[in-house]
Design a protein around this ligand. Sequence first.
Ligand SMILES: *Cc1c(COP(=O)(O)O)cnc(C)c1O
Length: 382
Amino acid sequence: MTDSSIITLDEKALKNNVDFLKKKMGAKVLISAVVKANAYGHGIEQIVPLFEKYGINHYSVFSYIEAIRVFNSLSEPKPIMIMGWVSDENMADVIKKGIEFFIFNIERLQIALACAKKLNIKANIHLEAETGMNRSGLNSEDLNTAISIIKENEKSFYVVGFCTHLAGAESISNHPRILKQLKNYQKMSAILEKNDIVPKYRHVCNSAASFIYPKARMDLVRIGIMLYGFWSSIEVFIQYINNKSKKTDPLERILDWNSQIMTIKEVKSGEFVSYGISYLAQTTIKTALIPIGYSSGYSRSLSNKGHVLISGQRCNVIGIVNMNMMIADISNLPDAKVGDEVIIIGKQGDLEIKVSSFSNISDQLNYEVLVHLSETIKRIVI
Ligand SMILES: *Cc1c(COP(=O)(O)O)cnc(C)c1O
């Protein structure tokens, strides 16, 4: 390994997740793979070709920059949907490339209209409804305004979608709020229909919603976290597994992260390790320096709490996690040597460090741990 750490992506695990989700959603529901935030930290350039290979034909991102990275990673043009940010300067390029995007306010629609007219090309839009999350989207009044603008400019728009986002489908405590949102969505959908605007795709579900509210799958589901092998929350997993006779997790994690021992030291009893005075050696201990830190995406909040695997054993991360380095206690590994493999996320022997274990000890969501993995770490597919 020439780099200080490396991320490996398991192609077979990815295929397993795609196959499982396709089967689960059924042939009538299109899966849009959400690859925002560098494909949840996995790497857009590595992940998109694999999704493409295993039959994913629609991609969702947050921003223009991400859309361009997906565009360049595909072997042939496929629909790409921007769910969030396009600056005014980038709008013309988005429309030229046929990239789809959310219309979340009337200003967006006006800017899209001006660009589409100038280019004489239709803009591929998804009308996003504000149904109760109170984040982004058109309320009923906006929707009526949008409808009249679209009707007056039929040569400039193709209404690809009508959508909304549910505010926390992964938690049962949000159930009443979600039901209210679905009701509002249907009401607004009826307004569109009355005006003879028939979107190709109606879509409201992320991973959690597509499992908890299967009737809400409609034409398309926007699946992120589960494609990478993680359940949105323990509640979603429990609900799924409850009525299954086989109690095994059908999803497989794709990502492993490993590094190596950079140097080994003996620290005498009574000495402090790393910055400050947060770790005091109680006896003489042996430590391994590992060349990753919070700049790589290993949170500082895991100082004195995290674990790594070395020589098939679990070792404690001791002292403060530095920008580029951290230290593990390897006192119980007499044979450890410089260059030995260190697993930060993944399996070694019978043991495994899971992303979820980070969440348990540091208040980070699965999502958060993944997207913080530095883009500079090399990703390879195995
Ligand atoms: C991120 C995102 C999703 C995907 O959510 P997962 O929980 O990862 O499946 C779907 N829709 C929107 C609007 C999103 O921002």
